[in-house]
Design a binder for this molecule. Structure first.
Ligand code: OFO
Length: 172
């Protein structure tokens, strides 16, 4: 049975993951209307992944005797000055998510809830992957600079990348 404090903290994270899904969905739309189809595909996939992260939390809360909450979400940013700015925002957003996960882990230790602590290790590993991938993408973008041919190749190649590469997908 989940303690109320843990249930509340997990539900906060449900909202963070849902908002992350919206953030990347807005990025996918921006890229799609700009004709950056590879980047759009990448962002749609990221958005789906965040929804899976949210669902995995929801199932856990409900299975452990809590009640997962579906709450109102903050509207995401829908326009960007450049695709580079957009990927910078993605990186910053992932850092923010990692901080949220770390706080959540801390709460489980304070409350001595070791099964939730164990469950959250998947998210800890996932954030390491996501931050690393976002950094790799930013390095590639910096190499391209203002080269249009480079952007063409980047748009073609980025869809092959998945932030989840070496972490097992959520079984929800
Ligand atoms: Fe990209 O973050 Fe979910 O966990």
């Amino acid at each position: 049975m989940l303690k109320k404090s843990i249930e509340k903290a997990l539900n906060e994270q449900v909202r963070v993951e849902a908002e992350s899904s919206q953030v990347y969905l807005a990025m996918a739309c921006w890229a799609e209307v700009k004709g950056l189809d590879g980047i759009a595909k990448f962002m749609y996939a990221q958005s789906d992944e965040e929804r899976e992260h949210m669902l995995k939390l929801i199932k856990f809360i409900n299975e452990r005797g809590g009640h997962a909450q579906v709450s109102a979400l903050k509207a995401p940013n829908v326009t960007f000055n450049s695709f580079k700015e957009m990927f910078k925002k993605l990186y910053e957003h992932e850092i923010f998510v990692s901080e949220c996960i770390n706080k959540l882990v801390e709460i489980t230790l304070d409350e001595k809830d070791f099964s939730t602590h164990n469950f959250l290790q998947w998210y800890v590993a996932e954030q390491i992957e996501e931050e690393a991938m976002a950094r790799t993408i930013l390095d590639k973008i910096n190499m391209i600079g203002d080269d249009k041919g480079g952007l063409y190749l980047f748009d073609r190649d980025v869809q092959q990348l998945t932030i989840n590469s070496s972490v097992t997908p959520p079984d929800a």
